[in-house]
Design a protein around this ligand. Structure first.
Ligand code: MG
Length: 412
């Protein structure tokens, strides 16, 4: 077997889905290629183009070395979107190497603790397709046929909602989505707490009035009543609240027996996270906004959070594995943040299989009509089964990818 896998081409495509799914493709001699996905971000494709000449001709077996080089070349910039691009390249290298060596990615990453990976369904506010561009502005995807594709302003306090919204999600919408997902076999669900209410509020400060908490509680109670105690329930706050308001919310939600309460305060407010964690009954989860192992260490040590939620399309598999060991040594589990399409989701599943302290992998694709058509339906009754197929074990349907490719972007 030829141990060297020199790659000759790096290309990408962007699909317009619930978010921009940016797929990285790396070709090697002999017709082999690997696919990875990078977390969206403004300027991402330009960064991929800038990084291309730094990696062409490298040996795909030298993944740690390549990642270190790319991070070294971008260290003068803030990690952010540069790390997204590097994570997409890293993932494509794992897929390519697996295909070249005829091994599944999970085996290259050290072997598996589990043969199938538990997925939790993110249900937002129980709504239908919610699509946002790279700067979190609401959009109507071009393929819906809607004529006006101009972004509508969204409220950041009420995650992703148009401030002009006058229709508020009724408890039945939460209940119906919960039933649908439980019937599909999911054993864990997540809903948003930061939804608009008809109650007067300030759209910029971080306050929560008791009436607003009761409005959210009514909807989450409907979910818990529908799914019973056998399905786990988590709640996301998207970094919105001030410390005392977050504590009041967390205490009010205590009756729901939550798996976790996610991002109640801004992600950089590490000491405030500790205050909230020490004041509410459920674990606080955070981590999707962080990039560096030193930042995660602060969350564990100073923040005292009981659950870390890193994103593999941001930090890559190698750092995720390192973080897993760090967290495990501090008796902490990982729940994996994920808003990617099927390629990123399957890659995350391979990584999740190889770490001991894994809790659940996020999935946002329920409202994307082509999620299961891009490379086969990866999720079976709430789990992603992993096989011995080389690389990621998936084949991209290029016709489907082309149909939903974002206008104006390169397509491989
Ligand atoms: Mg979140």
């Amino acid at each position: 077997m030829d141990r060297q896998v020199k790659f000759t081409r790096l290309s990408r495509a962007v699909l317009e889905a619930n978010y921009d799914w940016t797929i990285v493709r790396i070709d090697a001699a002999g017709g082999l290629y690997g696919l990875g996905e990078a977390y969206m971000g403004p300027g991402l494709t330009t960064i991929l183009d800038e990084l291309r000449p730094l990696v062409l001709g490298a040996d795909a077996a030298q993944i740690e070395q390549i990642v270190r080089k790319l991070r070294g070349c971008t260290v003068h910039a803030s990690p952010g979107v540069c790390f997204h691009a590097i994570a997409g390249i890293e993932a494509a290298l794992w897929d390519l190497l697996g295909k070249a060596w005829r091994q599944p990615v999970w085996k290259l990453l050290g072997g598996q603790f589990r043969q199938r990976v538990r997925v939790y369904a993110d249900c937002h506010a129980g709504d239908a397709l919610d699509s946002m561009n790279a700067v979190l502005q609401s959009r109507t995807p071009f393929w819906t046929g809607a004529r006006d594709n101009a972004p509508a302003a969204v409220s950041l306090k009420h995650h992703g909602w148009n401030p002009a919204e006058t229709h508020f999600p009724p408890p039945d919408r939460y209940r119906t989505r919960a039933r649908e997902m439980a019937n599909r076999g999911f054993t864990a669900l997540k809903f948003d707490a930061d939804i608009p209410t008809p109650l007067p509020t300030d759209n910029y400060n971080r306050s929560l009035r008791r009436e607003e908490i009761d409005f959210v509680l009514e909807r989450l109670r409907a979910v818990r009543a529908e799914i019973g105690p056998g399905v786990d329930l988590a709640v996301d706050c998207h970094w919105n609240y001030a410390t005392p308001d977050a504590i009041q919310l967390g205490r009010a939600l205590g009756e729901l027996d939550l798996l976790w309460l996610e991002d109640p305060v801004p992600p950089e407010s590490v000491r405030q996270l500790r205050t909230v964690q020490n004041s509410v009954p459920m674990p606080i989860a955070t981590g999707e906004n962080h990039y560096l192992l030193t930042d995660f260490l602060r969350l564990l040590d100073e923040g005292g959070v009981r659950l870390l939620a890193p994103d593999i399309q941001k930090i890559g598999a190698l750092d995720l594995k390192a973080l897993s060991r760090l967290a495990d040594a501090m008796a902490t589990s990982l729940t994996i943040h994920n808003i990617s399409g099927p390629i990123g989701t399957v890659f995350s599943a391979h990584v999740c299989a190889t770490i001991p302290n894994f809790l659940a992998l996020e999935w946002h694709g329920a409202s994307v009509p082509f999620f299961d058509h891009l490379c086969g339906a990866p999720i079976d009754r709430g789990f992603i089964p992993l096989t011995d197929a080389p690389g990621l074990g998936i084949t991209l349907n290029e016709d489907t990818a082309r149909r939903y490719a974002k206008p104006g972007e390169e397509f491989f």
